[in-house]
Write a protein that binds this ligand. Structure first.
Ligand SMILES: [Mg+2]
Length: 232
């Protein structure tokens, strides 16, 4: 395989996402307790999560846009408490601030520093991480998000949009990600090559079809492979 460009997933590939999402829920809850105690009592964290899940299920037209889903959720929570003027932007800011306070896997930053010197790199995410806020934007030639493209992984169209942005044929792009279905199957079906970042060392789920081109323990292993590939 001849790799001329890279696309890389963000959440759970460069950092574990759950701690950041949990902190975001807690920070928002603290704000509500302080400023809107009635809303906080009506919508404790588990109820707010259920409300968001129901919004996601209802609004499949917004499946690619977690930010819009969250705005709608908060509006509904306030509506249910008889408050029509919900401070949506303030709450979004609190949420986004915590959601982007991520702690990188130890191999992530050294890998990003290397990868950008080897090949053009595009981020490719379904989530709403903000690379400027996180301070990693300089490592990426392009940033592709489901929210901007209008479809989410594993839809082939988001991978093809990335290929177009990079100006490289899909079969000459290596997509790197942690999720067997969203990243590996999605990229494979769009004609890209695939690197599964398999930190837990799981066996490949056979029901998902052919194995990824690369099954790697972390991003250091990816840099090592790419170094050999570039040299060869
Ligand atoms: Mg991921």
């Amino acid at each position: 395989m001849r790799i001329l460009a890279l696309t890389i997933d963000l959440d759970d590939t460069l950092w574990p996402v759950m701690p950041a999402l949990e902190r975001a829920d807690r920070d928002l809850d603290n704000y509500l307790r302080q400023h809107f105690p009635h809303v906080a009592r009506t919508w404790p964290i588990p109820a707010m999560r259920e409300l968001r899940a129901s919004v996601a299920a209802e609004r499949i037209d917004l499946a690619h846009d977690f930010t819009a889903q969250r705005y709608i959720t908060l509006q509904k929570a306030f509506d249910a408490c008889g408050i029509s003027e919900a401070p949506l932007d303030t709450m979004w800011e609190i949420y986004a601030c915590a959601r982007n306070s991520v702690e990188l896997y130890p191999d992530a930053l050294p890998a990003l520093e290397q990868l950008r010197t080897m090949r053009p790199v595009a981020s490719l995410t379904n989530g709403n991480a903000d690379l400027e806020r996180i301070g990693l934007h300089m490592h990426f030639a392009h940033q592709i998000s489901a929210r901007d493209i209008g479809v989410a992984k594993p839809d082939a169209r988001i991978f093809l949009a990335a290929a177009e942005r990079l100006g490289v044929a899909p079969e000459q792009i290596l997509h790197i990600g942690d999720d067997p279905e969203l990243d590996v199957v999605g990229a494979r079906d769009a004609g890209l090559r695939t690197a599964w970042i398999n930190r837990a060392g799981h066996p490949w789920p056979g029901a998902l079809g052919p194995k990824p081109d690369l099954d790697l323990r972390d991003l250091a292993a990816l840099v090592e492979w790419l170094g050999r590939h570039v040299a060869g």
